[in-house]
Structures are given as C-alpha cells and as structure tokens.
Design a protein around this ligand. Structure first.
Ligand SMILES: NC(=O)c1ccc[n+]([C@@H]2O[C@H](COP(=O)([O-])OP(=O)(O)OC[C@H]3O[C@@H](n4cnc5c(N)ncnc54)[C@H](O)[C@@H]3O)[C@@H](O)[C@H]2O)c1
Length: 420
C-alpha cells in the first residue's frame, strides 16, 4: 500500500499516522535537512539527485547556510531555526542530521520519537551513553537510522571485505589505519558572518562558553565538548571498516597515547595519537598525526599472503613473496596482485537509505554499527586522555574495574536539554 492510498483509505486517521506510514516504491521520501554546513550541503546535493527524494525543510542556526540549502533545492523547502518545529511537521518522513557531533544524539532521539527516519552523520555520538540511547530510541520506534559512514555502501568495500573474510589475503591479524598530514601551526577560523549565527543554540547541550569563531564552523572537531578530534573524525570511518572486516563488535582492550604537542591554534584534541585495539585474534592500530609527515589517509589490511590498501577510490593488493619450497631462497608471489577502482559512495549510501525507508529493512550502516564504531573511537580518546589501557565489557558497555574511565562514557547536558 502506498502513502497516497493509505491516507485515502484512512481519511483523517491516515494523516495522524503520516509520519510513520508505509511508503510505496513510487512515493517520494519527504525529507528535512538539519545542519546545512559543509557536509550537510554535500548530503543535500547527493539526496537531491534521487528522483524519489522530496526536500521539504531546511533547519540551521546559521541563516546563510540555511538559505543556501533552500536555494539549492530551487526554493521549495521552508526554512527553520529550531529542529523541534521540523519534527512536529506531519509532512516530514525523514531527516538528515549533519550538525556538529554534540547535537547528533538529541536530534536523532527526538526524531525517532517523532516517527521520523534518520540519516545521521558519523561519528554517531559524542559519548557511549548517547549512542546507547540513540539505538534504543531507533529500535523502540521502529525507525530506519543510517549512520553517515558511506563506505558501508561502497561496492568495492563490500567486495574487499568478502575477499578478506574468505581468506584471500591469507591469515589477517593486523589492520593499520591512519590519517597523517602537516597543518602546522594549525587551522584558522572559517570565514562566516558571526552576526547570523545563534551561538547559544549552536552550543545547545554543550557547556556555555563565550562566542569563539574558531569553534563555530568546521573546527568544532578539535574541541572535546563538541567532538573527539581526528579519532572521531577520520578514525570513526576507518575503525568502522576494520570492525566490518573482522566481523567483530568491539575490542577487548584499548590502549591510546598522544597529545596536542605542536599545533598552536587553540584546539584541544591530540595532534599526535596512536591507539592500539586488541581483538580476540587481531590488533587494529590507529595513527593520527597533524603536524608532521603528510602521508594522507591509510588503511592497510595485512595478511600472510598480501597486504591490501583499501581506500575510497579503490583497493590494491601487494602480494607477499613466499619461498618456492620450504627453506628455499627463491621466492614467488603468494597471490596475484589486485587493483580495483572505487565508485561513488555518497550516492550509493543515500540510495540505500531511501530504499530502506520504503522497505523498512536495516540500512547498510545501521545505527547499531554506527554506535559500535563510535564506541571504539570514544574508547581510544578516553584511554589516551587517562593515559592507561582500558579493558572493555561490550555486553554491559562498561570499562572493567575503572570507575574513573566509566564516568567518561557520559556527559551532562546543559540547561533543559535532555535525551528523551
Ligand atoms: N560522512 C562524511 O564523510 C563526513 C564528512 C564531513 C563531515 N561529516 C560529519 O558531518 C557533521 C557536520 O560537519 P561539517 O563539517 O559539515 O560542520 P559545519 O560546521 O560545516 O556544519 C554544521 C552545521 O550545523 C549547524 N548547526 C549547529 N547546531 C545546529 C542545530 N541545533 N540545529 C540546526 N543546525 C545546527 C551549524 O550552524 C552548521 O551550519 C559532523 O558530525 C562531521 O563529522 C561527515
């Protein structure tokens, strides 16, 4: 039954149910964008290219970005300042949440409770406790929630994961992920019109601080109250792929080191960080370096037969050289070299979300996967900040025998903001 005939059949009752009704293959998914900055505008353009996508509202606490997104959608959507007004609307089926990380949980939980499906950017949460509540809200309300980890919809990622899981690289016990660049001495504030930003609303559940243009647009990533540095920025992507490859929910121990040593731009999160995750039969390592050796993005999956470098633009396998016979000095490749090109991840990920909104199936980067990968990143940061190894209990989502570390799994919200 499509939305249209469902509403017709039920008359007035149909409109009361319209937020959680059943969409047919030809129905359009009426969607609002919440957070129309850098990533929000990319997501918006990606979704606008889909024929069954209908832009109905744009919400941002910075008016120029809100107006820009309305224009991109040819003036069709209405503009909002307060996301709660968007969630009250009966003509909104789904929301895209592309705000800074400290808003992801409050908006996603409220959207699920209002019967909306959600495409929420990565990292899913700011804390472990938030992620758990987001997952509970999604399941309780039977909502489709896709995390913005677009690699999960990439055909070449799925192919690589299958190849590795089937033993194509031999035994794989080591995965190394990293993001290394040199931005010394640091980044500058984004250029924007501060008079058009509602700073108090931007802060929302985060502690009240005086307006700081460096924090506001894009650079919130380098402040603990809003995000988790490169660990939750690029790390959340890579750790998600590592967990997918290993088919594992969580590490058993996490050991992080590093700090903010070189950059002088006022940010707080590490500019050098090294984290080691122990899985039952594998070690995953993460390196972020912001002020030396600009190698860029790396994700290397190291097997006994070969090493795969798996990136957005494709993957490449370099074979190991094995002795032709035991003890021989002569060597031959343990496998064939492979090179596969990547595709457009963003469109495939948006398409998967819209399809799942209609089919009610779990999306490729279901909220539970997003939650587990964000947990890995949060634990990396907690271990680094406390300067000790954490043992993780994934069932109860607690650090074993560490009261202080467990306090870091949650954060108080300011004023009346709550996760309900
Ligand atoms: N999937 C990816 O590859 C990818 C890439 C980049 C960013 N991201 C994620 O997207 C999110 C946004 O990052 P960005 O770089 O676009 O940041 P940004 O600062 O450019 O944009 C964030 C926007 O959210 C708005 N905002 C803040 N609070 C709001 C609220 N309560 N209601 C409505 N709007 C609000 C801000 O005014 C701003 O316009 C982050 O979580 C980031 O990790 C994902």
């Amino acid at each position: 039954m499509t939305r249209r005939n469902f509403t017709l059949a039920l008359g007035a009752a149909g409109s009361a149910l319209s937020a959680s009704n059943v969409l047919g293959a030809n129905d359009k998914v009426r969607t609002a964008l919440i957070g129309a900055g850098g990533r929000g505008s990319q997501d918006w353009e990606t979704f606008l290219a889909e024929a069954d996508f209908e832009p109905v509202a744009v919400c941002d606490v910075y008016t120029p970005f809100r107006d820009r997104a309305i224009q991109t959608a040819k003036g069709k959507p209405s503009g909002h300042h307060d996301f709660r007004q968007v969630l009250e609307r009966k003509d909104v089926d789904a929301v895209i949440v592309a705000t800074p990380d400290h808003w992801h949980a409050a908006i996603t939980v409220a959207a699920c409770n209002a019967g909306k499906d959600v495409y929420c950017e990565k990292p899913l949460s700011l804390t472990v406790a938030e992620g758990r509540k987001m997952l509970a809200a999604a399941r309780k309300n039977n909502r489709v929630v896709q995390t913005g980890s677009q690699q999960r919809s990439g055909a070449h990622y799925a192919q690589a994961v299958q190849l590795i899981r089937e033993g194509g690289l031999g035994d794989v016990h080591r995965i190394h992920a990293g993001f290394q660049r040199n931005i010394y001495p640091g980044l500058k504030p984004a250029e924007f019109d501060a008079a058009k930003l509602d700073w108090d609303f931007w802060l929302g559940p985060a502690p009240k601080v005086a307006f700081d243009p460096f924090r506001a647009i894009y650079n919130f990533r380098w402040f603990w109250d809003y995000s988790g540095g490169q660990m939750t920025n690029w790390g959340a992507h890579h750790l998600d792929i590592a967990r997918w490859i290993l088919n594992a929910d969580a590490p058993t121990t996490v050991s992080g080191t590093g700090g903010r040593y070189s950059l002088t731009d006022g940010g707080e999160t590490p500019d050098l960080q090294q984290v080691s995750y122990q899985f039952p039969k594998a070690v995953v390592t993460w390196t972020a370096s912001e002020a030396s050796e600009g190698k860029g993005v790396t994700l290397d999956i190291c097997g006994t037969k070969g090493t795969m470098t798996l990136l957005r633009n494709g993957y490449k396998v370099v074979p190991e050289q094995w002795p032709v016979s035991p003890g021989s000095k002569e060597r031959k490749p343990a496998m064939k070299a492979i090179e596969v090109k990547g595709g457009d991840l963003d469109h495939q990920h948006a398409r998967n979300f819209l399809d799942c909104v209609k089919s009610r199936k779990r999306p490729n980067a279901d909220i539970e996967e997003g939650h587990r990968s964000a947990v890995m990143a949060h634990l990396g940061n907690i271990s680094t900040r406390l300067g000790r190894t954490l043992t993780w209990d994934p069932v109860n989502e607690k650090v074993v025998n560490d009261t202080e570390a467990n306090k870091w799994l949650d954060k108080a919200y300011r004023g009346n903001w709550k996760l309900v």
